[in-house]
Design a protein around this ligand. Sequence first.
Ligand code: ATP
Length: 237
Amino acid sequence: MPEPMLETADLRAGYGHITVLWDLSLRFRAGALTAIVGPNGAGKTTLLRALTGLVPHRGTIRLDGQALSGKAWDLAERGLVMVPEGRMVFRDMSVEENLHLGAYPRRCRADLGRNLERVYGLFPRLKERRHQAAGSLSGGEAQMVALGRGLMADPRVLLIDEPSLGLAPVIVQEVFGVIRRLKEAGTTILLVEQNTRMALSVADDVHLLRGGRVRLSEAAAGLDLDRLHDLYFAREQ
Ligand code: ATP
């Protein structure tokens, strides 16, 4: 089996005295799309935040076999890039200015023009609207800006939090079409998604979290959906 690109061992994280993630040992394979699913409050977003250094953790996180420092800046330099839930676009800035903000890691500044063209290739609508204020975009377009901003950092591992949130079904299909293309282009992706059906439609591997613990880790192909359903909705012991 090839070495996983990203892995955690006994990862524990939370907020102040509240522990949210309990000793997670997870492997994310290089070039694969791993879906992290689970009910509200399971700790999915907290996992992405721990991986990107936004909440403190205990245990280890390794990228290509090397422990990560946990400092957000170092992580971006090493290629770990998050597209946050809620999009967080800067409303008064133009689409293109928002995209430029994504190119902050030093290693990708020289490729800014090439990365911008790649983003516009994936999202032609953003090119048409590049001078428009991001605050005037639709929800789907704002999600595209958020994804595009992540791509401007030339990610080796892209962490995407709830991309379907609040979007109409037809727009969800469009956003997932782009995620599928990114995966096919070889980007390693961690996808947190409430919409399990959509997540499974693009995933290679699946981790189910509930109550801050891993309840299932399997390949998406051939996954027993009844078992997933039962584990998803099981009551806490
Ligand atoms: P959802 O799908 O609802 O976003 P989730 O699986 O992503 O859920 P998290 O957002 O990681 O779950 O939240 C896990 C737990 O941590 C919840 O009980 C939540 O209330 C708590 N939590 C999240 N953010 C904070 C914070 N900043 N301070 C304190 N507790 C927090």
